[in-house]
Design a protein around this ligand. Structure first.
Ligand code: TEU
Ligand code: CA
Length: 553
């Protein structure tokens, strides 16, 4: 299925829209907003996990792949969602979480009862010295190993929360189970899958410690990420499931390398269609991830330019393909991260144009289209395991006192992105009449969909216009990428060139007033700008976050 022309919207169901007023978003809530999404111009909806789950990682810990979390509805609701979306020419991308299952999953429960068939689905390991089997760090802090109860020296691998047990993909039965799950949903008529951390499914043989000369747990990137068998497994999946169903496939490329990303997505390799990368999302984080504050969360426009150049040029030269995004459910929102809040409107529009003008399929995360911000959540407001455990790990591993750990978490917690969608200025932002499961951002009286749709100059209308442009200018989809003025400290400037048209994109990624020389600017006409009065001049002066899209006459 065509994946380059899609306009994708990500829903994190718990916080999108509550239909039955229990304070929790649900499938009927999504259905009630399909007209809204169609009006915006969305063609593909990626829905974060809806499956049965104890919610230790809000759906990314699946206890039954074949049933729906009752908080979100029923299998009938899902069928209805697929059909109702189809009526509006919107296809559905489901989340496939195949690196791990919940420890509540029946496979794992049987493994605990020593059923040898299911024990081989996971990584169980006995330790000799009373310590964990190796020094791998969990992505959420602390050891990546969890103890098997009642068996003193037995551990199982959990690279995320201690109740997400990693599956052993070397076992062909595991792979067959996953393919069956995929067919089950594809048969219902979904378009394909966003595959959670799919590039981590091959762990280093023997599970050795990484850089064991260092003290403490280590982020074992070379032993967990992009292992040599990932391509083998993807090729098999392609042959067995993706190709026969003509499905769309997207890897969440966790800490993915650019070369592997290109290898997975080059059409001739017959693996997957596209991948996300983490480079932009990780900007300003220390080496160990978002709870490592050693870079003070600082970065420069030049860093964004370098990342953009690296990925765009790799695609031009090597022929792979990515999905572009500026926000998702795992990172604080762009307003207050890529641009300060006092430039919310111009900044949100600038980064929206960035996301839509690059080569690669654009993804919008719920609320991004109205510039939702971060709510400054206190410990008592946190819901995400990662926040609590990471503060604990900061203390245990590097002695960061709790009050500083709490400050870090308030700044970076994933809960920032998970506050309820702000639909209007009524009770609970129109999300629910019941108190929401997680605290609302108090700014909903000014930042909400209803008001944004009424204001022709809003961020929302800018997104709508961008979506139209993407649909009507194939150079945005197919055009080649050429960067101009790579050395400019603040402005990202690039051309997108296709046979029938040439576009020029000029983005001031800073709050500084700055200028750039575009000698042949009179050969261009203005398609879009985020200021009402952008003036085209060969010595082009740009205001904070000013962003301009031009078309060669
Ligand atoms: O995320 C993978 C991942 O690497 C993130 O956990 C990231 O390291 C973290 O958010 C940084 O704070 C995927 C899902 O998107 C995430 O929601 C899940 O928690 C995770 O996998 C485990 O399934
Ligand atoms: Ca509900």
């Amino acid at each position: 299925m065509d994946f380059k022309n899609q306009i994708v919207y990500q829903i994190w169901p718990r916080s999108f829209k509550d239909s039955n007023n229990d304070g929790i978003g649900d499938i009927q809530g999504i259905i009630s907003k399909l007209d809204y999404l169609q009006d915006l111009g969305i063609t593909l909806l990626w829905v974060s996990p809806l499956y049965a789950s104890p919610n230790d990682d809000y759906g990314y810990d699946i206890s039954d792949y074949y049933s729906i979390n009752p908080e979100y509805g029923t299998m009938d609701d899902l069928d209805q969602l697929i059909q109702e979306a189809k009526k509006r020419n919107i296809a559905i991308l489901m989340d496939l979480v195949a690196n791990h299952t919940s420890t509540k999953h029946s496979w794992f429960q049987k493994a605990l009862l020593n059923d040898p068939h299911y024990r081989n689905y996971y990584y169980f390991k006995t330790s000799e010295n009373g310590k964990e089997p190796n020094n791998w760090l969990s992505f959420f802090g602390g050891s990546a190993w969890s103890k098997e109860e009642g068996k003193p020296n037995s551990y199982f691998l959990t690279t995320f929360t201690p109740t997400q047990a990693d599956l052993d993909w070397r076992n062909p039965n595991v792979r067959e189970e996953i393919y069956q799950i995929m067919r089950f949903y594809l048969d219902k008529g979904i378009a394909g899958f966003r595959m959670d951390v799919i590039n981590t499914i091959d762990k280093k043989d023997g599970l050795p410690s990484y850089q064991s000369e260092n003290k403490g747990y280590q982020l074992a990137v070379p032993y967990i990420i992009d292992g040599p068998r990932v391509e083998e497994y993807l090729k098999e999946m392609h042959e067995r499931v993706l190709a026969p169903y003509n499905a769309i496939s997207l890897a969440e490329g966790c800490l993915i390398s650019v070369d592997k990303a290109m290898a997975y997505t080059k059409p001739e390799n017959k693996e997957i269609d596209m991948t996300f990368h983490f480079d932009l999302a990780m900007l300003g984080y220390g080496e160990l991830g978002k709870y490592d504050p050693r870079k003070l969360y600082r970065f420069k426009p030049k860093d964004i330019k370098a990342i953009t150049r690296k990925w765009q040029n790799a695609m031009m030269k090597q022929g792979g393909y990515i999905g572009n995004y500026i926000s998702n459910h795992d990172h604080k929102r762009p307003a207050g991260r890529y641009f300060p809040l006092q430039y919310r409107t111009q900044g949100a529009k600038c980064f929206a144009l960035y996301n839509f003008a690059l080569y690669g399929t654009p993804f919008i995360y719920q609320g991004e289209e109205i510039g939702m911000g971060n709510a400054k959540l206190k410990r008592g407001d946190w819901k995400d395991y990662e926040s609590f455990n990471s503060v604990k790990a900061l203390k245990d591993m590097i002695g960061v006192p709790n009050f500083i750990g709490d400050k870090i978490a308030t700044y970076v917690t994933r809960d920032n992105a998970r506050t309820p969608m702000q639909w209007n200025k009524q009770q609970n932002a129109g999300f629910s009449t019941h108190t929401p499961w997680i605290k609302l951002n108090e700014d909903y009286e000014t930042i909400n969909v209803e008001d944004a749709m009424k204001d022709p100059h809003s961020i929302w209308h800018f997104y709508k216009r961008l979506i139209e442009l993407r649909k009507n200018h194939s150079a945005l989809v197919e055009g080649t990428f050429h960067e101009l003025h790579p050395e400019h400290p603040y402005i990202l400037c690039f051309e997108r060139i296709a046979k029938e048209e040439e576009l020029l994109v000029i983005l001031n990624l800073s709050k500084k007033h700055t200028a750039i020389n575009i000698e042949e600017i009179n050969d261009y006409e203005l398609l879009l700008s985020n200021y009402p009065d952008s003036k085209l001049d060969s010595n082009l002066h740009l205001r904070p976050f000013e962003a301009i899209l031009l078309k060669h006459k």
